[in-house]
Design a protein around this ligand. Structure first.
Ligand code: S3P
Length: 179
């Protein structure tokens, strides 16, 4: 990564079902920061659900939305950002997040992810005959991106609160003034 880096925000990346939203909300509450979920921003702007964007406009249109939101995030301050699972793969997205945020990746195995997301119908990428295989395949592609996070936190066998406390600790180390 090049250029200057001022950590004003906290960005959570990681696969679907690793707890980014729950951990993000709790962390934001503790830090008295604003919580922002990139998927929610996209849905509000597009005026339709993520599933409808995928279905009607296609995945590349969704990834364009993500890229535009990532650009806008460079102007944010005091925000906990929960990102969509595929966002770090978009060209330049991770580097951009790193210019203003501590990037923390939440991690879980494919089996645990599947246990957590099964029964949720709103994730278009997992509308597949063999969702577990799809999770494995996507994780294999995405792992190199997730591993570029500043901090990797295992979210398995830990409560949301425990993971959030771990994330808070890391954020305080990186951003002592934000205590
Ligand atoms: C996606 C993850 C979803 C959402 C979209 C695509 C992905 O977000 O952005 O369905 O590519 O992994 P969550 O990780 O919050 O479920």
């Amino acid at each position: 990564m090049t250029g200057t880096r001022t950590i004003r925000n906290l960005a959570l990346i990681g696969f679907m079902g690793t707890g980014k939203s729950c951990v993000g909300r709790l962390t934001a509450e503790h830090l008295h920061l604003t919580y922002l979920d990139t998927d929610h921003v996209i849905e509000a702007r597009a005026g339709k659900s993520i599933s409808d964007i995928f279905q009607q406009d296609g995945e590349p249109a969704f990834r364009d939305w993500e890229r535009r939101i990532v650009e806008e995030l460079t102007h944010r301050d005091r925000t906990v950002i929960a990102t969509g699972g595929g966002l770090p793969v978009g060209e330049g997205n991770l580097d951009s997040l790193k210019t203003h945020a501590l990037v923390v990746c939440l991690w879980a195995s494919p089996e645990v992810i599947w246990e957590r997301v099964r029964g949720h119908a709103h994730r278009p990428l997992l509308n597949e005959p063999d969702p577990l295989a799809k999770i494995r395949q996507l994780l294999a592609v995405r792992s190199p991106y997730y591993h570029q996070a500043d901090v990797l936190v295992n979210s398995e066998q830990r409560s949301v609160r425990e993971v959030a406390m771990h994330v808070l600790h890391e954020f305080h180390l990186a951003h002592p003034a934000g205590r």
